[in-house]
Design a protein around this ligand. Structure first.
Ligand code: HEC
Length: 223
């Protein structure tokens, strides 16, 4: 009867076979480049976007919003191109979420102008009477704390120097505080006087919103 009459040998041999199968089909592919696609279009977050991302997590936006468009016709029609693995290369942790009380945000970047977001963050109900998203008006009264910005990008491996981080923050600040900023009027309405010339937490979260899905849209535009 060979191996079938030797239960111990049979158990060891079958364990070895299953182990080999697991290594070959699960662990080896984990380290192959094809399972870790890299896209030249997907860029790490800038310092201001990273700060916005942290606020997004702090406020628990991911409890109501997902960040992944599934490859289903209904989703693609509603949100746009479905999410690709390489889009999340810089997401630590990823914020795919599992609940959609509000719509998916993976393609929100560029969908609306900044002014739309300022107004919506301040009072979702002023735009959609029945919205159950809480208002986040107070984010505009919080000066953005950038003291750890460089450290964050360093730990996450974005590869910026401290000067680059300071420059990104300064550039964004001069963009939103300049007289020519296209959403100046709305920003001024929601931001208290004392912070009009500063970066606020609301500025950061909007910068983050505008980044989501932008890289993929740029990729599609080039194809
Ligand atoms: C209690 C659940 C809830 C929470 C928490 C929540 N939202 Fe929402 N959100 C919604 C709902 C519902 C909508 C759809 C109605 C609307 O636009 O107000 C929405 C809409 C949005 C939209 C517009 C999406 C689109 O495609 O039109 C954005 C952007 C957004 N939320 C961002 C955020 C951010 C950023 C946070 C955290 C600071 C947040 N939300 C927290 C429920 C929530």
């Amino acid at each position: 009867m060979g191996i079938y009459s030797k239960p111990v040998v049979f158990a060891i041999v079958s364990a070895l076979v299953i182990l080999t199968g697991t290594v070959v089909t699960v662990f080896i592919p984990m380290f192959l480049p094809s399972t870790q696609p890299v896209s030249a279009f997907v860029k790490p977050y800038t310092a201001i976007e990273q700060e916005g991302r942290d606020i997004y997590m702090r406020e628990g936006c991911h409890n109501c919003h997902t960040q992944t468009v599934r490859p289903l016709r209904t989703e693609v029609l509603r949100y746009g191109e479905y999410s690709k693995a390489e889009e999340f290369a810089w997401d630590r942790p990823f914020l795919w979420g599992s609940r959609r009380t509000g719509p998916d945000l993976n393609r929100i970047g560029g969908k609306y102008p900044d002014s739309w977001h300022y107004r919506h963050m301040q009072s979702p109900q002023s735009m959609f009477t029945l919205s159950n998203m809480p208002p986040y008006a107070w984010l505009a009264s919080n000066r953005l704390d950038t003291s750890d910005s460089f450290r964050k990008t360093e730990i996450l491996g974005y590869g910026y120097t401290e000067e680059q981080v300071q420059q990104q923050l300064a550039e964004y600040k001069s963009k939103v505080t300049s007289a020519g900023y296209d959403s100046k009027e709305t920003r001024d309405q929601v931001t208290p006087d004392a912070l009009k010339g500063e970066l606020t937490e609301m500025d950061a979260i909007i910068a983050y919103m505008q980044k989501l899905g932008r890289d993929v849209k740029a990729m599609e535009a080039k194809q």
